[in-house]
Design a protein around this ligand. Structure first.
Ligand SMILES: [Zn+2]
Length: 281
């Protein structure tokens, strides 16, 4: 089974500020991004995956705000395939009310957080209350620790290592660090190596081939390939392109003695048991 653990739906205009879209395009390696990706487009792009986790973001600070109802409407329409994750802005939303509504009424299955987008330290008391809510209800969290493009998004809140204190306090909480915490990929790998309930996804990395290559080889060397989850970060890239990049992974080492991944290791990553790991069966 292939599970895409990281994908977005969003409306533009509607869920994204003009500034957000302008900055996304300015840093998109010369290709113009179509960020207007409603459920119909998302559904088509997911033709070759069996299950897909979909979310938006609630980050008023960064101009990226998706209604939880929007995610739930799509997820509840295709419950056999689409798994909806909620969002909550710890600075702007009524956290308790938003979370109860998202999980009790909207039946969302996990939570997406992004401290760098939300302008909050990941161990701020308001974040700790969110983790406690999720721990108590066994709700998995996808957390964007790692850089991102908006100028006003503070890097100091995005270091993956900051999640160590969260894992110390909530050892049973299942969390996925998005995008291997890039560019702090080594930090992410050593963190997930010693925290059993921390995982990371490989989404949105393959279009930086040298970083992608080093990331997965390092993951193998640290013995944590089995803690990496397959994900695309659609619409920034797609499951198709990500699977292709993984299956062509060793091309970069052709004609050299550089280390490689085995075909079995690559297929195991594409078919990572994400639903088991996150308790989403
Ligand atoms: Zn994403």
């Amino acid at each position: 089974m292939i599970v895409d653990c990281h994908s977005h739906i969003m409306e533009y205009p509607g869920h994204l500020s003009e500034e957000f879209v302008r900055e996304a395009n300015a840093r998109s390696r010369g290709k113009s991004l179509d960020l207007h990706t409603p459920p119909e487009k998302h559904w088509k792009a997911m033709h070759n995956v069996d299950r897909v986790i979909v979310f938006g973001m609630r980050a008023f600070h960064s101009g990226f705000v998706t209604p939880n109802e929007y995610i739930a409407e799509y997820a509840n329409r295709y419950p056999e395939k689409v798994i909806g994750f909620a969002g909550v802005d710890p600075l702007r939303d009524n956290v308790q009310e938003t979370l109860e509504h998202a999980f009790d009424r909207l039946k969302l299955k996990g939570l997406k957080l992004g401290p760098i987008y939300q302008n909050i330290h990941p161990t701020d008391q308001r974040m700790m209350e969110i983790y406690e809510f999720c721990r108590a209800r066994k709700i998995p969290i996808m957390i964007h620790q790692g850089t991102t493009f908006p100028r006003r998004a503070p890097l100091k809140y995005s270091l993956p290592i900051l999640l160590e204190d969260v894992a110390f306090q909530f050892p049973d909480l299942r969390m996925v660090i998005a995008h291997l915490g890039h560019p702090w990929i080594e930090d992410t790998l050593v963190l997930i190596r010693k925290q059993p309930n921390l995982y990371s996804d490989i989404s949105a990395l393959h279009y930086r081939p040298w970083q992608f290559y080093q990331a997965l080889i390092l993951a193998k060397e640290y013995g944590v390939l089995n803690k990496l989850l397959f994900g695309s970060d659609y619409p920034f890239t797609s499951p198709d392109a990500t699977i292709r990049a993984l299956r062509n992974f060793n091309q970069i080492a052709e004609g050299t003695n550089l280390p490689r991944l085995e075909a079995g290791e690559i297929e195991a990553l594409i078919h990572a048991p994400t639903l088991d790991y996150l308790g989403l069966q």
